[in-house]
Design a protein around this ligand. Structure first.
Ligand code: ATP
Ligand code: MG
Length: 198
């Protein structure tokens, strides 16, 4: 009998904080593309690149957990917290496959990242072993060369041009942008007084 794998999309980011642009995209991919689940992999702080503005790993994870709890096909993941840093995508995917042999992983990236994909570490290995879904970002051409057809799929998703940078700045400026993040994320931001001063 043919083995069936749980089709798991990997969506990585700093999620500082996670916003409705991230959530709507991942939600769309679960419902309209061939994915059973999407895992939000929170990228930990790189100790060699101490960006003081990047919020503590645990708080960013807590916000992703809060935002993803209400939808059974999402999972908040701290998988990269336990890996050597900085973690390269190819290493993370290798470890994920070892740890979860019952799953088939698909990398979810934006057209902005796809444009630079050949500069990543071991792009050929990623292409050979994993599926990649590329979603549109405004200002970027979404071109998939014939040589990688079958490994890389361009997905047509609605575009919500919201960024974490915008959210952080808006809060610092005292704006009430409550509808741009999940209500539970907004609650955490207010309770912990996050992003008040950048
Ligand atoms: P920042 O403004 O701090 O760069 P961000 O909003 O881009 O934050 P990231 O944590 O960098 O958030 O995003 C994680 C992944 O989601 C990245 O690959 C990023 O390109 C993508 N992404 C960010 N915003 C959106 C959006 N509005 N719609 C779809 N994908 C997005
Ligand atoms: Mg970004």
């Amino acid at each position: 009998m043919e083995k069936t794998f749980i089709k798991t999309g990997i969506f990585g980011g700093t999620f500082n904080p996670v916003h409705i642009g991230h959530l709507a995209l991942a939600n769309y991919l679960c419902e309209y593309e061939d994915l059973d689940e999407v895992w939000f992999l929170v990228t930990p702080q790189n100790p060699f690149k101490k960006d003081v503005r990047l919020l503590d790993d645990r708080i960013r994870l807590e916000m992703v957990e809060a935002a993803t709890r209400g939808y059974p096909r999402f999972r908040a993941s701290d998988f990269e917290f336990g890996l050597p840093r900085p973690s390269y995508t190819v290493d993370t995917l290798r470890k994920l496959s070892e740890t979860y042999p019952e799953r088939e992983f698909t990398l979810i990236i934006g057209a902005d990242n796809w444009a630079k994909f050949d500069e990543w570490r071991s792009p050929e290995e990623i292409l050979r072993k994993y599926q990649i879904m590329v979603y549109p970002r405004s200002g970027y051409d979404l071109h998939i060369p014939d040589t990688v057809q079958g490994h890389v799929k361009a997905v047509q998703t609605p575009l919500l041009e919201i960024s974490s940078t915008f959210i952080r700045r808006a809060i610092t400026e005292g704006k009430d942008i409550c509808y741009f993040v999940h209500p539970e994320v907004y609650r955490i931001i207010r309770e912990k007084k996050l992003y008040i001063s950048e």
